[in-house]
Design a protein around this ligand. Sequence first.
Ligand SMILES: O=C(O)CCC(=O)C(=O)O
Ligand SMILES: [Fe+2]
Length: 573
Amino acid sequence: MLMRAAARAAAAGEPEPSEKSPEPPEKVADQPWQHHRLRVVWDASDRDAAALARLLCDEFGAFLCFAELHDSAAVAAVVAENPEVPADEVAREGGLSAVLPEGIFVNGCEEHPQVLLYELRYLLTVAPPDRAELARFEHEVQGPLAALRARHEAGGSAAGRWWHSEAAFAIVSRSMAEHKMCIVDGFLDPQEVCALRRTAEQLHEGGHLERGIVEQRHADRSYFGEESENKGDFLNISDKPRKWTVQGDQRIWINDSDGRAGSLKILTGALDEFLTSLRRSGSADPKVASRLRRISFRENTMVALYPGNARGRYMKHSDTGRRAVLTALYYLNCDWRPEHGGALRLFHSTPPTRVRRDVAPLANRLLLFWATEECPHEVRPACRDRFAMTTWFLDGRQHFEAEAGGGAARLANLLRNANVIAGGSDDEAFEGPAAPSRDGPPAPLDAELLRKLRIACRHQALAEAEARSRPCAHCGASAPPELTAPTAAERAAALTSAAAAAALLGVDLGGADLAGAGAGRLGGGEHEDLWYCQACWDARGEEGRRRERQREQHEELRREQERLWRERFACSP
Ligand SMILES: O=C(O)CCC(=O)C(=O)O
Ligand SMILES: [Fe+2]
């Protein structure tokens, strides 16, 4: 029956829907994508392709325009509309392919429909940002920051950064508290932006950038299935131009002392100054300042390019898994206009389909957001080369806890690849006397690692002491006297020395008690500045396990939905 329907539909160029195509849903009625439908090229003589076409027409017809493979005029129109998409990839015998409005193609859908379904479900479910929230951000954050910058510039004061003021830190921290993100436009001086852009271009021209998807690829199960199986090449490992991929950037991780890093120190220096001053500022929101005090390290900077001709996007994700507190993005794209695309789209965490805002990657714009589940985000396809420099600010405690289990080698590796975040005065305050070493004076590299470790651990000790000086966040009990501020700091400092010495001597740290386990614990993520007594921590652990079970159930449900989809598709007559 379907074959007859397909044959009839082929004549009309469109698969015959089992019912009338749905109208565009109300909630996306004001979205631009309503006017830019995805093009689907399908072969009506192929059973699988025809069955999928009918299902797509039934469920997502409002977003789609169909061109049947044998309707040469319709196919020619799709090809003419997308001259940079390889025609032979889209118009294939026995297949069904789609071209997104941005000129990215998805093919082999008859066998692997997941990517196309992801895109269609995205259109169906993603809700635009809340206008009142956008206006509030403009009124309370962007407007006042612009006014501070203008006043600084009008004053002709060359000394210091315009944002280095209590007023600016109050605005930024309030934004981090209320909006979970902040935008600081005009972060550096105009000539500094040019120098940094040049650095990024030179890294690209020198062939130092690697495809993110290759560099980052691991065997985990992703939304689309096992990455190692890469069904339908959703990673675009084959590197076909304009083919859909999970992640379309090219990048390098680079230390600012690397000979190829050019002017990078301008950015890292300004970021360190910004962060250390913000978290010390008396005007900053206390919870935000306290979360920021957990930062011990800055990862090497990631310089990334999303090539315009590839139109690669980076699908929705959160920057969890790096044990980072904060993501800081600095953009380098002059004369960027809305039609160039490439926005960093921030989502709310609940509901996760609601867009928080789209942030254009404008030159000299600093974007900050929490590197936790609070801030899911994606990079929209760009049609011009889009450069950015990303810095992740790492939570020292989380890293020490994780690295301690892996022994000295991992700890040393962490210390080698991360930069300690401390202002000049912090450095002096935190260094203190050298840790004992049984093997005589440490080698020069080890001395540097030891210095980093000592500063970072002292930072942690102080942050923990601060958290423990408050009552348990759950039951309100006070921390036991032996864990109140001075004792905790001293105890952590002693552990620091032991851990540093162990690392230098190559001794496995085993379960080294860097975080004071057994005496209550500090929270994580948005609860980073909170302390929980042991009883509440254990109960919270149960809560965490419950959430983990729930997450697993959701994942199972998703797999089941996918299975049903395939079954329905495969079982069609
Ligand atoms: O370039 C951007 O705007 C964001 C990139 C990103 O989300 C990432 O690399 O994790
Ligand atoms: Fe990200």
